[in-house]
Design a protein around this ligand. Structure first.
Ligand code: SF4
Ligand code: NI
Length: 676
């Protein structure tokens, strides 16, 4: 049993002595805030032992300053601790975490330190924190404990392992200090503002298990100056800290900071939280997959009269998980029917797009793409725990009700795994997708002053932003300009925001001052310029959801487009999946762009590079799918003959074949201005 008061006194002494005996120089790379706690409190940029002592004195011998300097010096002397420990977290990573704090997908910050009595206690506590939308930092033995309970840690799981010793808890405060300086307008050296910010705005709590030494107790105790309550789960004596049972710690901590969770547990044998959204399920880890070109699949959300929707009803038509052999690809149709007095037909595509997020919330379920291109996996681990196909329906019904309480009164989900039924219903769904795409046809970018953004995919590609215009649907093909507008109406602080066009910088490339400004901010400073109609100069970034990829082919002075469904090779020498692997993740890659099928039909398609006449190759299935609509577009331009001049795998498999084919066909791209 440790007495807190005497441990704090001894700890402060020991920190001071160690600081005085310290030498050398040290600093953190990857931050603009020096040693952030020290910088925020004193305004001093510390790089040497000498400066550390001055800052310590200036901060009134604050143990946080001593601990920060000692930990930084240690890291400089011996290097960072090996994975999974993060040590000091770079600004770039922090910015993306900070973003989730403001958008509501994280409700508060928790630090858990020390040695829990057993791995199960640690696992239970962290599971609860994930389910309650907290971002959790771990320091000390708890990390090893979680490892032995099989709990995965890392920022993508919202369990951030700071370091093997509890003193690494100082990084929790350096994060708070930087959030205050980055987002909270706190100026370095204004200790009063920092304390006020931490008290009022940062919803932070600490839970300590036994096993802390005197220095660690002194440091964690001083967190209380920042208004952070310390909850002790055992073994500490004194009134300074609030005593709790491990099982009540999360609830008590959240109550103390006034954090309210409206999430209720969804009754399925799989944890479900945005905490799991960023993880993927690899082939070796999967039990079954649906769609992704391996089996027919689609998703569709429709509004129905109230009498036809029974809230919470979930049906599976076709084989369940027990009738499926491991490793197979199974057909799947997800049909969500909703009712609500406020719900409108125009909202359907916006809500339908959320299926992507919600399925990814499941710890053992994964989802990419959209409409009839979806690709879903269930992990072996989840199926072993009893997860069934029906549970996806339960999850979706519950999440739609929770996230759209004002819009939806009832949600029912039908999951179809019977192949013939999936095929029949998919055809009907495709008619609905077409109808939606038609609504926007005819609208021009020059008719509007506002475009819309989408940052839904930032959970996967943290700096990715889609800019959606009437003539350039989102790369996933699931969100049009109208949908963006409607989504903003439904959720004014959501992922779709209006983007003021602003002054035209280059009409040909589609570069606008307002768009650049927006993209710079939404990409956390990563992307300065974005052209909406060019693939060569400052093209839009790609996440991973694109329906198609447009690729420059310099040898033939043109562009090819390959769609997700096409599994073969292309004249670029790469298949869709190889190309997807090189351009995704939120990067800007000149010469390549993720695009939707609809964009190929737009007058703005490849505008800066010369338009549709630069298009030299597409897979035969994509040509067939677009045929009617593309011919109409080409006829309007008096270019109907171009259609047959576009190569495909039946006329040209390699770049050499393509050059021969295009020459024989007298394709206009060959006579256009060189791409370089
Ligand atoms: Fe939004 Fe773009 Fe992701 Fe589609 S691809 S959901 S538009 S961010
Ligand atoms: Ni995406």
């Amino acid at each position: 049993m440790k007495n807190i008061k005497s441990a704090v006194n001894a700890g402060n002494e020991s920190l001071k002595t160690r600081l005085e005996g310290m030498g050398g120089s040290f600093s953190y790379d990857e931050t603009a805030y020096h040693l952030p706690v020290t910088f925020a409190l004193t305004g001093n940029a510390v790089n040497t032992a000498d400066e550390a002592q001055k800052a310590f004195a200036a901060a009134g011998q604050n143990p946080l300053v001593a601990a920060e300097c000692l930990v930084a010096q240690q890291a400089a002397a011996t290097g960072k601790e090996p994975a999974p420990y993060t040590g000091f977290i770079p600004d770039a990573v922090l910015r993306t975490l900070g973003y989730s704090l403001v958008d509501g997908s994280i409700l508060g910050l928790m630090l858990v330190a020390g040695t829990p009595p057993n791995p199960d206690t640690a696992a239970g506590l962290c599971r609860e924190l994930q389910e309650k939308y907290m971002l959790t930092f771990l320091s000390g033995d708890i990390i090893r404990s979680l490892g032995s309970a099989g709990v995965k840690v890392g920022a993508e799981y919202r369990l951030v392992p700071l370091g093997s010793r509890p003193l690494s808890a100082i990084h929790f405060i350096d994060i708070l200090a930087r959030v205050a300086m980055m987002f909270g307008g706190v100026t370095p050296g204004d200790a009063g503002r920092l304390l006020a910010y931490a008290k009022e705005r940062a919803k932070a709590v600490v839970i300590v298990f036994p096993g802390l030494d005197d220095e660690e107790i002194a440091v964690i105790d001083s967190f209380r100056l920042l208004g952070i309550p310390v909850l002790a789960a055992g073994d500490y004596q004194g009134d300074e800290w609030t005593r709790v049972q491990p099982g009540d710690a999360v609830r008590t901590g959240m109550e103390l900071r006034g954090i309210k969770v409206t999430v209720t547990a969804i009754p399925i044998p799989m944890a479900c939280s945005p905490a799991f959204e960023g993880k993927s399920i690899r082939k070796e880890e999967m039990f079954v997959e649906f769609g992704g070109g391996r089996s027919p699949a689609f998703e569709l959300l429709r509004v129905r009269p109230a009498a036809e929707v029974e809230d919470g009803r979930v049906r599976v038509i076709g084989p369940e998980i027990d009738g499926i052999s491991e490793g197979s690809a199974v057909p799947l149709g997800i049909i969500i029917e909703v009712a609500g007095t406020q719900m409108k037909k125009e909202y359907e595509p916006v809500l339908e797009r959320r299926i992507h997020n919600f399925v990814n919330y499941g710890e053992g379920s994964w989802h990419v793409a959209q409409r009839d291109l979806i690709w879903i996996r269930l992990s072996r681990e989840a199926v072993a725990k009893g997860v069934k196909i029906r549970d996806l329906g339960t999850l979706l019904a519950a999440k739609f009700r929770m996230d759209f309480p004002d819009l939806l009164d009832a949600v029912q989900v039908t999951l179809v795994t019977d192949e013939a039924t999936v095929r029949a219903k998919r055809e009907k769904a495709e008619a609905v997708y077409r109808e939606r795409d038609d609504r926007i046809r005819g609208m021009r970018d020059t008719d509007v002053d506002l475009f819309y953004s989408c940052t839904l995919c930032q959970t996967f590609a943290p700096n990715h932003v889609c800019i959606i215009t009437p003539e350039r649907p989102a790369l996933c093909g699931a969100i049009s300009w109208l949908d963006g507008k409607i989504a903003y109406e439904i959720a004014p602080s959501g992922a779709n925001q209006p983007v003021e066009k602003g002054k035209i910088i280059d009409m040909d490339r589609g570069e606008f001052e307002g768009v650049n400004r927006f993209v710079k901010k939404a990409s956390h400073g990563e992307i300065d310029r974005c052209s909406l109609y060019s693939i060569m100069e400052y093209p839009m970034t790609c996440c991973g959801c694109f329906e198609c990829i447009a690729v420059m082919l310099p040898e033939v002075n043109g562009f090819m487009v390959v769609n997700r469904e096409y599994k073969g090779e292309t004249p670029s020498g790469m298949s869709f999946s190889t190309l997807a692997g090189t351009i995704g993740g939120g990067a800007q890659t000149p010469g390549f762009a993720g695009i939707s099928k609809g964009y190929i039909l737009s007058d703005r398609f490849l505008q800066a590079e010369g338009g549709i006449e630069r298009l030299v190759w597409m897979p035969a299935i994509l040509k067939e799918e677009l045929k009617e609509r593309l011919l109409a577009v080409l006829k309007a331009k008096q270019r109907a003959s171009l259609f047959d001049k576009i190569g495909d795998e039946t006329t040209a498999e390699t770049i050499e074949d393509l050059a021969t084919f295009l020459a024989a066909a007298d394709h206009p791209a060959l006579a256009m201005k060189p791409l370089f």
